[in-house]
Design a protein around this ligand. Structure first.
Ligand code: BG6
Length: 466
């Protein structure tokens, strides 16, 4: 049993390209589905400038080193590398990420690279996006370019960020479904195509990069039954499988979970697959499971759509007819944006994941979005964020030291303030404040929040004081 957290533990922080970089059309970058979106909720900005990291990357890495980060998890923008999604490579795009990676390494910060984080090239989207099987080769080619250009320095790769959220709640992250289509079948076809693409990329990584490790990065959360009624326990199990295990069983065990296949067949929504594709999926083995955790879920057997309609946005992982309905958990406090806070749920999730898959775990997101205010002395007192992290890291520490779970690193969301997927800049997540508002860009200057100093200290003493 370990007595303390391993000295190599990757204490890090996380961002994604479209939410952080800006420079949406700089230096020949092509447009992604996020750049052409026009359905922003009222009062919420777009992603054109984001946190202006494209221009401030050097000072940003310096601040990361001041924070003491051992790792930085970021995504690469597909259209910065391939403006049309395929074909012509943009040298300026390669240069940007080469510079960023070199700078991180200069400060001994391990780069953890997400290949794809919600920002599909618009050109490919217009060609059917993830629903068109051609995308499997496109994704493979794009990944190959990343491996060839950055694989000598990047040893940690993540395939697809939150594939399960894209399938379960895709509208807010850019998934469009033509009205004429059978919605369930359409989404699960997208899922299957992503699974095949992911498998090919995992295999390519293992074949070409001997020092690299690669894994998926879904959003995973434990699920409680809303009551002790046996039928609600059944609903919680359904949700657990449909939300979590379906995705990871496919990636780790190389087969689709039967409960979901039954559901699809009963709803005449089975996706199209070939034996070769299933063999490909079966042959690819991830080295670790990366996952994002913000909050747990609670489910009952479905009885009405009313409760579902009342849920806050991202907790609204759709209730599924005949399977489960997500409900509020009155035992938990909520963030300013209505997300339930559940640190013990974090430990539960770690235990369930490790018990089921027995693979090392890498936490790629965890954090709390809130309204931060900068005062006249340029200070930001985000004590609520420190409290959230204290509680969650404490539970992670118990999971490592007591439950003996193999965890490689913890990369909270987010290093800097950035643009939320659908709630703008006002919903801040960072250790570092970015001085801009939704509709007033100012100069995007950076300021350290109280949580910055707290996290820096925690990293320095390897969480010994918690
Ligand atoms: C995860 C995503 O779903 O949660 C991030 O990987 C996202 O891209 C984060 O920003 C927080 O969600 P939101 O909706 O508050 O931005």
């Amino acid at each position: 049993m370990p007595k303390k957290i391993n000295d190599n533990f990757l204490w890090g922080a996380s961002t994604s390209a479209y939410q952080f970089e800006g420079g949406y059309n700089a230096d020949r970058k092509g447009l992604s589905v996020q750049d052409v979106r026009n359905n922003y909720p009222e009062g919420t900005t777009n992603f054109e400038v984001a946190s202006d990291h494209y221009n401030k990357w050097k000072e940003d890495v310096k601040m990361m080193s001041e924070l003491g980060l051992k790792s930085y998890r970021f995504s690469i923008s597909w259209t910065r590398i391939l403006p049309n999604g395929r074909g012509d490579i943009n040298k300026k795009g390669l240069e940007f990420y080469n510079n960023l990676i070199n700078e991180l390494i200069k400060y001994n910060i391990t780069p953890i690279v997400t290949i794809y984080h919600f920002d599909l090239p618009d050109k490919l989207d217009k060609d059917g996006g993830w629903h068109n099987k051609n995308i499997i080769e496109d994704f493979l080619n794009y990944s190959k370019i990343l491996f060839e250009n950055f694989g000598d320095r990047v040893n940690h790769w993540l395939t697809i960020n939150e594939q399960n959220i894209m399938i379960l709640f895709g509208e807010i992250v850019g998934i469009k479904i033509p009205e004429t289509e059978n919605k369930i079948k359409y989404l699960y076809q997208i899922n299957h195509n992503m699974m095949v693409a992911q498998a090919k990329v995992i295999n390519l990584c293992h074949k070409t990069l001997s020092n690299s490790k690669i894994g998926p990065a879904p959003n995973i959360a434990c699920v409680y039954p809303g009551t002790s009624k046996p039928i609600d326990n059944l609903a919680a199990f359904n949700m657990k499988v449909m939300r979590n295990w379906f995705y990871l069983d496919t990636c780790v065990f190389g087969r689709y979970n039967k409960l979901v296949l039954n559901y699809l067949r009963e709803n005449n929504s089975m996706f199209e697959y070939t034996i070769e594709e299933m063999n490909e999926i079966n042959s690819a083995k991830p080295d670790f499971i990366a996952f994002n955790y913000y909050t747990s879920s609670t489910a009952i057997f479905p009885f009405s759509d009313k409760l579902f309609d009342e849920m806050p946005s991202q907790q609204k992982i759709k209730s599924v007819k005949g399977m489960y309905q997500q409900v509020k958990n009155d035992n938990l406090n909520k963030t300013d944006f209505g997300w339930e806070i559940d640190a013990i749920g974090f430990r539960n999730t770690l235990r369930e994941l490790y018990d089921r898959y027995n693979l090392p775990l890498l936490i790629t997101e965890n954090g709390i979005g809130g309204y931060d205010k900068i005062d006249n002395n340029y200070q930001i007192h985000d004590q609520y964020r420190i409290k959230y992290y204290k509680e969650h890291i404490k539970q992670m520490k118990i999971a490592i030291l007591q439950d003996n779970i193999d965890i490689i690193g913890y990369n909270p969301w987010s290093a800097f303030d950035l643009v939320s997927t659908h709630e703008g800049v006002k919903k801040r997540y960072g250790f570092i404040y970015v001085d801009r508002e939704d509709f007033d860009l100012k100069e995007c200057k950076r300021y350290k929040k109280d949580s910055f100093y707290w996290y820096k200290n925690l990293i320095e003493n390897n969480a010994n004081e918690l």
